[in-house]
Write a protein that binds this ligand. Structure first.
Ligand SMILES: [Zn+2]
Length: 640
């Protein structure tokens, strides 16, 4: 079998063991009943619309009925994808299907790379009595395998250890025929729990920090140049003393190493040299960031000031440097994109200077959107005007969005609808990549749920976030799901009840734990729901751990608000928070500032002891006082 149509003689021919259509339909139904009998509430939210393109019996009564066939000249990605499919079919059925190269007999799953599908696109079709999977040159084949497993067969990979697959000794597949290429090349739920390479592969994200190996299709690789790279490109230690004119001039005429002078030709020459070295050492790199250090300093030299005034944006100056690097590498590295930040003072579109075609604009939803209004869709914030302006002049927009409270990673944050509507908004405005910056330093509020739902929306923004959320909750929490679903509703109620307060909360995305919408009533109701979930999970240690992890935001809120906010004993709440947080390896409760241990110590100090004990001590003291009084009175009497 090669890139052309597979030779029929090698693979065709009806297997004598092929089952009748009627019987196989019956078996299909049986699998769905056997596979997911317990929870009628779980629904396959990824089920593709359309008609089956064919039907294939893979395993019947514990016996292999089919095989996998790759071309003679299979790519490493073809081989890896075939092995992956073989592995999951074995997990489902206990049966290992053969992988053949070139051809085989029987009704088969055919797999081959098709460069026409780009990097990540795939098709599922039929060819005679076979099912054929094709995929693009990088992750395409793997994406085809996981589309079949997740969408058609209902397998789930919610977290690295929350995997839900049917178990059966008879497996018949009837996939819907389709062709799909995701619009977003970069799909990055920037949460710590989403950095796992296996999870990323299975959920079809392409995140730079999830190191999916090249043999499995790779990931979007920045080498070591992810963001704020000015200091890397022209290190002040090396250049500032001798060549201070390479660096930004302040208004008083002195130079500062905080930023570069981006229009200086020598700065570009040094940057080009550096980028070439990085690309030579890292041949799999797709993206290189040429971006300012993380501060708002701009260069006020005569050349930079003039250009900035003429163009109306400091981005003009930045693009001078970025375009010079992009032009220098484009013929030698045609697949590499240079990206730069449209962020703070570089966020506006210059009047005439435009990015080269191998440049991506990484637009940040910062002061112009999520930082101030984390519960308002981007379409209604200032960023809407900016993304439209950028998408009118350039078609390679990468979005950097913000989706967590960076001062309180565990703060209750009902924003799944915002995440979903923003992804759709970016995609309609030429987004080629979307990164959702969440709890990237460790566990965060509903991080596993949000990462999973986001991964599906980044792949296909047309999916329904509510259906995806239910899919996760019923699949991940099983018999404890109902209270967890009710908790989602409670969070939604918070949004509708406190719409005004949540429009522009004090502190913006860093809103405080005494925000008016984080009420005592919310905490009490949430505590009831988690108690129910805990009871339902009884006897299942894994499920108890999942429920406990989901409870961390409530416990954090209760700890942060101090004694008096909760009816429960404050000291017990702090201890419970500590217990679960240590199991889940919580180290960072905020992006900056106090770490876990310091905050925990603070909570402990607030604990003035159990209420009952305080009452008891008060009673003892009162009784003692009364006793002393009586004693004195009796002594007085005696004296009298
Ligand atoms: Zn300058």
């Amino acid at each position: 079998m090669n890139d052309k149509t597979p030779p029929q003689t090698a693979i065709a021919g009806r297997s004598p063991r092929r089952l009748s259509l009627k019987r196989t339909l019956g078996i299909s139904l049986l699998i769905s009943l056997i596979g997911f009998p317990a929870r009628a509430e779980w629904r396959n939210s990824l089920k593709p619309a359309g008609n089956p393109c064919g039907q294939l019996v893979l395993v019947n009564d514990g016996k292999p009925m089919s095989g996998i066939v790759c071309p003679d000249n299979a790519t490493p990605q073809d081989r890896a994808a075939a092995t992956e499919l073989q592995k999951w079919i074995r997990e489902i059925t206990g049966v290992t299907l053969d992988i053949n190269y070139g051809g085989a007999r029987g009704n088969l799953i055919l797999m081959r790379t098709d460069p026409a599908l780009g990097d990540g696109g795939y098709t599922i079709t039929n060819l005679y009595s076979h099912i054929r999977l094709t995929g693009g040159t990088h992750r395409g084949m793997m994406n085809a395998v996981y589309a079949l497993l997740e969408e058609d067969m209902g397998c789930r990979f919610y977290t690295p250890d929350s995997i839900r697959i049917p178990r059966t000794n008879t497996l018949v597949i009837s996939p819907v025929g389709r062709r799909y290429t995701p619009q977003l090349r970069l799909r990055d739920p920037f949460y710590h729990c989403a950095f796992d390479a296996d999870w990323s592969l299975r959920n079809r994200t392409s995140a730079p920090h999830a190191a999916v190996p090249e043999v499995s299709g790779g990931h979007m690789d920045y080498a070591n140049m992810f963001v704020h790279t000015a200091e890397q490109l022209v290190p002040p230690d090396k250049y500032f003393a001798k060549y201070s004119d390479y660096f930004a001039q302040l208004t008083n005429g002195t130079r500062t190493a905080r930023q570069l002078c981006p229009t200086h030709p020598e700065v570009a020459a040094i940057a080009i040299d550096y980028v070439r070295q990085v690309l030579q050492k890292n041949p799999d790199t797709e993206l290189i960031s040429i971006s300012k250090n993380d501060n708002t300093t701009v260069c006020h030299c005569e050349r930079c000031s003039k250009l900035r005034t003429e163009e109306g944006s400091d981005m003009a100056n930045q693009l001078v440097l970025v375009n010079r690097v992009a032009e220098a590498i484009e013929s030698d590295y045609p697949k590499v994109t240079i990206d730069t930040l449209a962020y703070l003072e570089t966020i506006r579109v210059p009047k005439t200077i435009r990015p080269r075609k191998n440049v991506a604009i990484r637009l940040c939803n910062d002061n112009v959107g999520a930082w101030r209004q984390p519960f308002t869709p981007a379409a209604q914030c200032d960023v809407a005007r900016l993304v439209k302006a950028w998408s009118e002049v350039h078609n390679r927009i990468y979005i950097w969005d913000y989706n967590v409270n960076f001062s309180h990673y565990l703060a209750p944050m009902p924003n799944l609808d915002i995440i979903a509507s923003n992804i759709r908004f970016w995609v309609t405005n030429h987004a080629e990549g979307v990164m959702l910056q969440g709890g990237y330093q460790g566990p965060a509020e509903r991080d596993e749920l949000k990462s999973w739902v986001a991964s599906k929306l980044l792949w296909n923004p047309a999916l329904d976030e509510k259906a995806l959320t239910k899919d996760f909750i019923w699949g991940h929490y099983g018999k404890a799901a109902q209270p967890l679903e009710d908790y989602e509703k409670l969070l939604e109620q918070m949004r509708s009840q406190f719409a005004t307060e949540m429009d522009k909360p004090a502190g913006g995305i860093h809103y405080h734990m005494d925000a008016p919408f984080l009420t005592r009533e919310f905490a009490m109701r949430a505590a009831e729901l988690f108690a129910k979930a805990r009871a339902l999970a009884e006897g299942d240690p894994q499920l108890i751990r999942r429920v406990d992890r989901a409870r961390l935001p409530l416990l954090y809120l209760q700890c942060a608000r101090g004694p008096g906010f909760t009816d429960a004993n404050y000291g017990s709440v702090v201890k419970e928070f500590e217990r679960i947080a240590r199991i889940e390896n919580v180290r960072h409760l905020a992006e900056h500032g106090q770490g876990f241990e310091e905050k925990l110590e603070h909570y402990r100090k607030q604990d003035t002891g159990p209420k009952r004990l305080r009452y008891a001590l008060f009673a003892v003291a009162a009784a003692a006082g009364l006793g002393i009084g009586l004693f004195r009175r009796s002594r007085n009497k005696t004296a009298l």
